[in-house]
Design a protein around this ligand. Structure first.
Ligand SMILES: [Zn+2]
Length: 389
């Protein structure tokens, strides 16, 4: 791979400098770097430089991105949506491979270079969606660093046969053990969480558990999750997705749970929806708990909303958390950059020498303006590869 020199950029809105990329890695950052013979040189025109954006919670396999509009007439509960999706998949011939590839490419063109995506596993589709997502990961391996979560959307122990499928998915290359509402969906929290953590131990994989359960119910499930995280020594290996309960319970109980999460380095993924109580960014930061951003589904049978643009998600996180000051908007950006890298465990991340060359340029004066205005990307480099220029 020829050297790539990007001149006249402002990392996070700082002073003008140049960045030299060699073999997919940032090797030098300084003003006035000489161009390498035979290397490629790009003028950044003084644009703001961000590190590659990170999608911390996606469902690429569910999307209808690029397909005709899905007419949503689904019932109001989460179980309605789960059952509707299973029936629709059976009837529609949904092609998770081509749809997930189309959506991942759209993410990439907007500067997302790392991604954690949950792939459905159930006794109807078996491993079809896991294989489709793996196909997309392989097709984009030069540019997107993708983690795949084996996700039992319809439940693990409440649907006999799912555990064996999860086992097979993890053997075949899924990176993370996914889980879902131990009380509300599984209806047997101790048994289902024991099975889930046994899978993680057997395969030495981290966990990422969807926890939508409200208030006290969610807090009870979270308590059981933290108990197992501690007893199995899984510090830094567990993510709670959504964790709506942390936005609903009494502050004293919330703070006690957050203190345990901080000690166990358990992170939270959030979409920061306007329609649910959510763990608040400022509260989590003060407690020392990593909270990072994700879109969840985009244009699927669950939701007509969201865009494959992590700056757009950062803006929604800012809105939901009532962030106004420039230093607070920088937190919103961190939730889709550094905090997401830490929560998901992506290595060699950032704008330093030695980091993977994931670079995003856009026209904005400051990070705060980038979050609030979400301008189009003028350049995206992923793993040293120029994706859009
Ligand atoms: Zn999800």
């Amino acid at each position: 791979m020829a050297d790539l020199l990007i001149r006249n950029v402002r990392p996070l809105g700082g002073e003008l400098t140049d960045i030299l990329v060699r073999d997919g890695t940032i090797v030098s950052i300084a003003p006035g770097l000489p161009a390498s013979p035979n290397g490629q040189s790009i003028d950044g025109h003084g644009d703001l430089l961000l590190p590659g954006l990170i999608e911390g919670h996606a469902h690429l396999d569910k999307t209808q991105w690029g397909a005709p509009w899905y007419r949503n007439a689904v019932g109001p509960t989460r179980l309605d949506r789960i059952e509707n999706e299973r029936n629709w998949r059976g009837a529609s011939g949904h092609d998770a491979a081509s749809r997930s590839l189309a959506l991942a490419r759209a993410y990439l063109s907007n500067g997302t270079t790392r991604m954690r995506t949950h792939a459905d596993i159930d006794t109807d589709i078996g491993l079809r969606h896991v294989h489709a997502t793996m196909q997309t990961r392989a097709a984009l391996a030069d540019t997107i660093d993708m983690q795949i979560v084996a996700f039992p959307q319809s439940g693990l122990t409440c649907r006999p046969g799912t555990e064996a499928l999860m086992d097979a998915a993890l053997r075949e290359g899924a990176d993370i053990v996914g889980g879902i509402d131990p009380c509300a969906i599984e209806r047997d929290p101790v048994r289902s969480l024991d099975a889930l953590f046994a899978l993680a131990s057997r395969h030495s994989k981290p966990l990422d558990i969807h926890l939508h359960e409200p208030g006290e119910m969610g807090a009870f499930s979270l308590d059981l999750i933290l108990e197992r995280t501690a007893s199995l020594g899984l510090q830094g290996k567990v993510v709670i997705s959504h964790g709506f309960c942390l936005g609903a319970i009494a502050e004293r109980d919330r703070d006690a749970l957050l203190a345990r999460m901080a000690r166990l380095d358990v992170s939270i993924a959030t979409t920061a929806p306007a329609s649910s109580p959510v763990p608040l960014l400022a509260v989590c930061r003060a407690a020392g708990v990593t909270l990072f951003g994700g879109n969840d589904g985009i244009r699927d049978t669950w939701t007509p909303y969201a865009r494959p643009d992590m700056l757009d998600r950062a803006m929604h996180i800012g809105l939901r958390n009532a962030l106004r000051r420039d230093d607070e908007l920088a937190w919103a950006l961190e939730s889709v950059t550094d905090d997401a890298a830490r929560g998901c465990g992506f290595a060699a991340y950032g704008l330093g020498v030695g980091c993977r060359a994931d670079l995003v340029l856009l026209k904005a004066e400051t990070v705060a303006e980038a979050v609030a205005a979400t301008p189009p990307r003028s350049l995206v480099v992923a793993g040293g590869v120029v994706v859009t220029a």
